[in-house]
Design a protein. Sequence first.
Length: 180
Amino acid sequence: MKREVDLVSYLPPFMQKYREPVAALEAEKPEFDLIWDSMDRIFYNRFISTADEYGISRFERMMGIVPSDAETLEARRLRVHSRWVNSIPYTIRVLAHKTAELLGGNHNFSMHPDFREAYGLLLVVYSSDDSLTDELKYLLSVMIPENIVTDIVYETVTGRKEIYLGTVLEQADILEIRQR
């Protein structure tokens, strides 16, 4: 948020006529602009969603995350946010919600828990982009107990099929005519 500060307007009207104080205040204007820009940067770096490279690197250092060189700022924000906002206790519903946040929607994956016989969880991800694999593995390792076997399967959607569905509804009134 760029702020334009007119320091001369803070002078009393009779002082605004003199060139020396006006020139001194005009010379100080770049310093005030620098201070405002620094304050904005500090403010925006307090929040994960608005942090720049420096702010995200501070969050990553606090949480012990080592980013790769190929990661974008948005991917780094997503990783920091998913680790910052963990809620306990972990349930299958919370796991599904976190996975949906990470993968960008509820229709990008499906979960198949089998806790009666095999004590395992199958996570099917419907995407060809496996850039979030490490973060998904981390999420599962943190949220799922060690005695549950987890499998991640990536399925690629290659084509698009259109399905047309139609129904017919018929309503009839049945009258019984009886002879007396």
